[in-house]
Design a protein around this ligand. Structure first.
Ligand SMILES: Cc1cc2nc3c(=O)[nH]c(=O)nc-3n(C[C@H](O)[C@H](O)[C@H](O)COP(=O)(O)OP(=O)(O)OC[C@H]3O[C@@H](n4cnc5c(N)ncnc54)[C@H](O)[C@@H]3O)c2cc1C
Length: 543
């Protein structure tokens, strides 16, 4: 993991974070601010527990911003015969899109192209589509087979030679890092203290060096300081690093998981698509081509991985493979290597086993270590709320006084994005439609807070790059309210500048300046009335 740039003002902010963590009395410290750690923290905090979350890098900086961005039932589970899992995932998908995060989770139709000589026949796919939609109670309409003509109208770049028709089914998609940020907001709103760039380097022990785990030793990756944070329970939600933390608890612990790398690329989209593609490949894998953030997201690969998780990357060979696999169904003109805007890779955490990684179940494993460390690994983004609750159940054995809140709390900003856009358009008729839609879909009602920032300083209504819908108000908000320290935090995860291939050196340097100056300004600024609360880190620090 990388180091972080420093300025005297950012250092002051780290000092405040340290004070709040050292002074705090925590029931749980969650190690790892990917979606599983953030969800666990959210569920625990709203159940009344005192919670801290620390991440060695940025929140959602690892696997949780490297997914295929699907909120889905899981077509592959249907192929594996796990009907119950598909049903449960569909239920969760529906709750997220209808209630918990309607601003962040959008429906997408998917086509499964069926070519002559391809791995699947029409009958099998037709039945599969129907079954998949039946398991979601036909709430998006029935899955079915559609003609080549209809399919080509939905996906203009679809290769039609040898095409015999397509299956059609429905799932949802999201911007994974923005959803994770909203879960971080939710955890903080419920009272959790969150700190990124804080690496756990050891555990505190009660009653002697081999006693029960009673907190964490951390190293601040911004200012280099080291200190301890006490807690009754420590949750290890470090994803691909899960066994590294387990061996800090018990050096003799055997490995519990294996890793598999999945890479993606984002390419410039030449014409809008009305549907995504799920392209069946030989051997049972599929490759996706999904309209996402106005571009096309392609992938993913599935290869065993045993190097350092921090070094995972999408190589040139991965790009060649991904473009070739997409090319089985997408016209070559849409897949020019020069049109690759962004590439990324992440690691699946799979239960140990002998079979190949492609057919391994994406199960969640939650375990108690010999000194009380609770470790969670694996599972799906789609079911993050349920995984958080499952972890809390395990913690319950150690903290029996907690009463778990299982109600469906909504994420901050939750609202119909079209309604948000209507109100925003009325208050800021000068904002272009793509900017309005972008803010409504990524911030929900918090978009009105961004509009208030723009009203206070009109220069913040400018686009960060002329070819993208992100505006400078988002950068300021990232610095003051969304824990951003590094330009990458802003450009890759709080906004979509980098995934659109628009992060020029000039923009990076401007963003760095905003981070340094606005982080400092927040130390003395009055509460942000338009968001109805103070900046996150001040709240955490009790400042
Ligand atoms: C290629 C790919 C595609 C996927 N696509 C989908 C999809 O479309 N839909 C879906 O539902 N699921 C998908 N998944 C699964 C989903 O992305 C993961 O299950 C989820 O992101 C795992 O989150 P996590 O919090 O466990 O791990 P991570 O996001 O990796 O978080 C772990 C965190 O722990 C931190 N950490 C590590 N060591 C320390 C330490 N010592 N101290 C402090 N912090 C530490 C890291 O910095 C990191 O931020 C996909 C997974 C992959 C790999």
């Amino acid at each position: 993991m990388r180091g972080v740039r420093t300025s005297s003002r950012l250092l002051e902010r780290r000092r405040v974070i340290r004070e709040s963590l050292e002074r705090g009395v925590f029931d749980i410290v969650v190690v790892g601010g990917g979606i599983i750690g953030l969800s666990t923290a959210w569920q625990a905090a709203r159940s009344g527990l005192r919670v801290a979350v620390v991440d060695a890098g940025d929140f959602a900086g690892a696997t949780s911003s490297a997914s295929t961005k699907l909120v889905h039932g899981g077509l592959r589970y249907l192929a594996m015969g796990d009907v119950r899992l598909v049903y449960e995932n569909h239920v969760e998908r529906r709750v997220l899109s209808d209630k918990v995060a309607p601003h962040l989770v959008q429906p997408v139709p998917f086509l499964v192209p069926l070519y002559e000589g391809g791995p699947h026949g029409r009958m099998k796919i037709g039945a599969g589509m129907l079954m998949y939609s039946a398991l979601s109670k036909f709430e998006d309409g029935p899955g079915k087979l559609v003609s080549v003509k209809k399919a080509a109208a939905l996906v203009p770049a679809l290769r039609t030679e040898g095409l015999r028709g397509c299956g059609l089914y429905y799932d949802h998609q999201m911007n994974d890092s923005r959803v994770a940020l909203m879960v971080a907001h939710a955890a903080a709103d419920s009272g959790a203290v969150l700190a990124n760039y804080l690496e756990v380097v050891g555990f505190r022990a009660a009653g002697g060096p081999d006693g029960r785990v009673a907190g964490v030793e951390v190293r601040d990756r911004v200012d280099g300081s080291e200190y301890g944070v006490d807690a009754r329970v420590v949750v290890n939600a470090t994803g691909p690093w899960v066994d590294r933390l387990r061996s800090m608890e018990d050096p003799g612990s055997a490995p519990s998981v294996r890793l598999s790398k999945g890479a993606h690329v984002v390419v410039r989209q030449q014409q809008p698509w009305q549907a995504a593609l799920t392209i069946p490949l030989e051997g049972g894998r599929v490759s996706f081509a999904i309209p996402w953030e106005g571009q096309l997201l392609l992938g993913t690969t599935d290869e065993p991985y045993d190097a350092d998780p921090a070094e995972v990357s999408c190589t040139d060979a991965d790009v060649v493979q991904i473009l070739a696999e997409a090319g089985q169904a997408v016209a070559a003109e849409q897949l020019a290597p020069d049109d690759v805007l962004y590439r990324f890779a992440g690691l699946r955490v799979l239960p140990l086993g002998d079979g190949d990684t492609q057919h391994a179940k994406r199960e969640t494993v939650i375990s108690h270590g010999p000194r009380g460390l609770v470790s969670v690994a694996g599972g799906k983004w789609t079911t993050f709320r349920r995984i958080g609750l499952d972890v809390l159940e395990k913690v319950h054995d150690l903290l029996p006084d907690v009463e778990i809140d299982r109600t469906d709390a909504v994420l901050p900003g939750a609202a119909d994005p079209d309604s948000v856009a209507r109100v925003l358009r009325a208050s800021r008729p000068d904002l272009p439609d793509d900017v309005v839609a972008h803010l409504a879909r990524h911030y929900g009602t918090y978009a009105h807070g961004l509009a208030a920032l723009m009203a206070a300083d009109e220069s913040l209504a400018r686009r960060i790059h002329p070819d993208g819908p992100d505006v400078w108000a988002q950068v300021v908000y990232a610095a003051t309210d969304e824990w951003a320290f590094e330009p990458d935090d802003v450009l890759r995860r709080r906004t979509t500048v980098q995934v659109r291939g628009l992060a020029t050196p000039e923009i990076r340097s401007e963003v760095a300046k905003v981070l340094a100056s606005r982080s400092a300004a927040a130390l003395t600024e009055p509460p942000r009335a338009w968001f109805g609360r103070r900046p996150r880190w001040r709240q955490a620090a009790g400042a």
